[in-house]
Unconditional design. Structure first.
Length: 386
């Protein structure tokens, strides 16, 4: 049951007169979002204008066990496979290009590939080697080794960067900064000044038990970085070594009680597994925040079902849904589960093994044992959305 809960957490709107301006004079208003009392079923065509299915070529060199992350760059798809500890590169048609595999104990090699990012400005690939707690940087095109550095933080799971700053996700585990203990969920590290800053609380009386999203970060096309924490009803924006609350979520009487949210990890776990917690919603995660469109994912109780909240035109048009029926395909496909949203496109992953309809497999020209399908859905222009 605990594994089921963790899977849920891995997945995921009236205005307050509060705003701030960052260094680019961009203004962020702090909003309170009210989640509707009931979710509805919608059709994909209500929010999506186009669909493209990418079949990933399967060879003896490109078999994917479990996708944990993917990124798009220069018409290529970079896919992190948890099972093989490799990155696979496919073109935008799904043909296999090459694999990144530097696993080992020598210079420029990693032991555990925990996370990766693509630095589009410097044209580098950066990976986090969890076993050795270091960032290793490679040339993006030929994967040649450039440099590496140790992370000055003991417990790290995921990372993201912007200019001189790296931001590390700790899952509220114990770390030490300047000989002081902290359980800050996010820690900032300035590579130029070497300054280390915990961005959240410094309460070391209670540490998390990994009840957290797989990745708390979201970056939009303007390089704005946002953070969603599984037991928070607030979404934050990071600006250098400061955080700003920009979205407060009001789930009404369906929300997890405040005393539980402020309780220990055991309190939270016991509640969400109880009969009282099975109809409560939480785990709000920001999937998209750009161009007057906001999309949140959240869960109910310990169910793995993904619920979604969409807001357009500063809340003038908003709704929540429990199911997005895929009506774009001539064959029956599963309801849309959002893996990530990037460049205005919803990315979904379909494992052919879960497709029970033989006719669907034939039409897609795949077998149950082929690589996953990457499905890209083009979000409708805001003015056309429902």
């Amino acid at each position: 049951m605990k594994k089921k809960l963790l899977s849920t957490l891995i997945i995921i709107g009236f205005f307050i007169s509060c705003e701030y301006t960052n260094e680019n004079n961009k203004i962020f208003s702090s909003k309170t979002i009210k989640i509707p009392k009931k979710e509805k079923i919608i059709k994909a065509s209500d929010i999506i204008s186009d669909m493209n299915i990418i079949k990933l070529e399967k060879t003896k060199h490109s078999y994917i066990g479990k996708i944990v992350k993917l990124e798009f760059f220069n018409d290529n798809i970079f896919i992190q496979d948890k099972n093989s500890q490799k990155l696979f590169v496919f073109d935008n048609k799904g043909y296999f290009v090459k694999a990144f595999n530097k696993q080992g104990k020598g210079p420029g090699e990693y032991e555990i590939l925990e996370d990766f990012i693509i630095d589009t400005e410097n044209k580098t690939l950066e990976i986090f080697d969890k076993q050795n707690n270091k960032i290793i940087i490679y040339n993006l095109y030929d994967f040649s080794y450039i440099k590496s550095f140790s992370i000055p933080i003991e417990s790290v799971f995921k990372f993201i960067k912007n200019e001189d700053y790296y931001y590390f996700q700790t899952n509220a585990t114990k770390n030490k900064i300047d000989d002081k203990s902290t359980n800050s969920d996010i820690i900032a590290f300035n590579t130029r000044t070497l300054e280390i800053t915990p961005l959240f609380n410094n309460n070391t009386s209670s540490y998390n038990k990994f009840l957290e999203f797989n990745n708390v970060f979201y970056k939009n096309n303007y390089d704005d970085i946002f953070v969603s924490l599984a037991w928070e009803q607030t979404i934050y924006h990071i600006n250098k070594n400061l955080i700003y609350p920009i979205i407060t979520i009001d789930p009404g009487n369906r929300g997890i009680p405040e005393k539980i949210l402020k309780g220990s990890p055991d309190d939270k776990l016991n509640f969400i597994l109880s009969s009282e917690g099975e109809n409560k919603i939480g785990g709000f995660r920001l999937l998209f925040h750009q161009d007057n469109c906001l999309i949140l994912a959240y869960g109910m109780g310990n169910s793995t079902k993904q619920l979604l909240y969409f807001s357009y035109k500063d809340g003038a048009n908003s709704f929540a849904t429990k199911k997005v029926v895929n009506d774009f395909s001539s064959v029956q496909l599963p309801a849309i589960e959002i893996f990530k949203i990037t460049n205005g496109k919803i990315i979904s992953i379909i494992d052919p093994f879960i497709i029970k309809n033989k006719h669907t497999l034939e039409k897609l020209n795949v077998s149950k044992y082929d690589n996953p399908l990457i499905v890209k859905y083009e979000l409708k222009n805001n003015k056309h959305a429902i």
